[in-house]
Design a protein around this ligand. Structure first.
Ligand code: BGC
Length: 339
């Protein structure tokens, strides 16, 4: 294992909780990358498995900033465990090489509820994941006990510590808008895991089939038309949970000025600060907590362009990666909580 400090090449946001507002936050838009401070940055690796891409980076847990380039590889099709696991391993290896550390905790998100380390559904990935012991398989290919969590929960954990949720008590509902709609529900900073609020039924349909960001582009909807679908989804959730604030995340949140103005839902709506990177940051954060790393109070990180320093790579050839027993003591599904 090498022990040199990580060259921080990219960083974003951080900072205090934004006041509730329907306007997009300016944080996260273009400035210089931040250097990781000190000789031994407090790092963990986060890997975010999505229906279209698998992304990963090392994260400085003092700031929530990336401490390595963000690597992204297109999700192989079919997105079976056997195809996806080697991609996760490859991304982890690239990040380990970036930071010169092979000993970092690794957190992995997945777009499904996670029970006892198993992926329990497969709304936007191959059905082979249903009931699959993904934590064991991931631990096997990663060579360390992998910490597996729902992607919406991970994004929520990241926003509560480093982003738009900071300082928000009461009921906070975070929705991530992407291929599906992820959710994370917090009460006084404590997460109720696996909420799956993208799948409430609206007009006889699975809500995310209308309000996920991908539907705006595939159905060629105007921002206004798509916002009406999202608004209806949020009204339905408001009637059930009466949140104090709703945070909207996912890549589409960078275009918040295009659709926030059309929303009529009762609670204040604020825009996620970590945007599409919240899953990576949350995965690293939850892995660090599971590894019992001491997390000091959050330091502010300067913002940087979300598009900066993304390393795209081709998916490797298909490989067999059958799950085997996890390393002894492998954690399964810790609860990603806000602090
Ligand atoms: C899945 C959720 C996931 C969300 C966002 C939904 O289809 O059921 O578990 O959080 O997509 O990826």
């Amino acid at each position: 294992m090498m022990d040199r400090p990580a060259p921080a090449r990219r960083a974003r946001r951080g900072g205090e909780a934004a006041a509730p507002t329907r306007r997009a936050t300016a944080r996260g838009a273009g400035s210089a990358p931040k250097q990781a401070r000190g000789p031994h940055p407090l790092l963990a690796i986060g890997i975010d498995i999505g229906g279209s891409g698998i992304k990963g980076a090392a994260v400085d847990l003092r700031t929530g900033a990336f401490a390595s380039p963000r690597h992204r590889i297109r999700t192989p099709q079919p997105s079976t465990p056997v195809n996806v696991l080697p991609v996760v391993a490859r991304i982890a290896e690239m990040v380990r090489q970036d930071v010169g550390r092979a000993d970092l905790p690794v957190g992995v998100t997945f777009p499904a509820p996670i029970l006892e380390g198993r992926t329990m559904s497969a709304a936007n990935v191959d059905a082979a994941w249903i009931g699959y012991p993904a934590d064991k398989a991931l631990s096997n290919v990663l060579g360390v006990p992998a910490v597996l969590m729902n992607d919406g929960d991970a994004a929520g954990a990241a926003e509560m510590r480093f982003g738009a949720g900071r300082g928000h008590a009461g009921t906070v509902l975070l929705l991530t808008l992407g291929t599906g709609v992820g959710s994370a529900l917090f009460v006084d900073g404590r997460l109720l895991p696996n909420t799956e609020l993208g799948h409430v039924e609206i007009r006889g349909k699975d809500a995310e089939k209308r309000s996920a960001a991908v539907n705006r582009t595939t159905r060629r909807l105007t921002w206004r038309a798509w916002a009406a679908l999202l608004d209806e989804h949020m009204h339905a959730l408001d009637r059930l949970f009466w949140p104090d604030v709703i945070i909207l995340g996912g890549g589409v949140s960078k275009n918040a000025d295009r659709f926030l103005k059309y929303l009529t839902v009762r609670p204040p709506v604020i825009v996620a600060e970590l945007r599409g990177d919240a899953g990576i940051v949350g995965a690293a954060l939850v892995a660090a907590r599971a590894a019992r790393l001491h997390l000091p109070p959050v330091r502010r990180a300067p913002a940087a362009s979300p598009a900066a320093n993304v390393v795209e790579a081709e998916a490797p050839a298909e490989a067999e990666a059958p799950p085997e027993a996890a390393p002894a003591g492998a954690p399964t599904t810790p609860t990603p909580e806000a602090e």
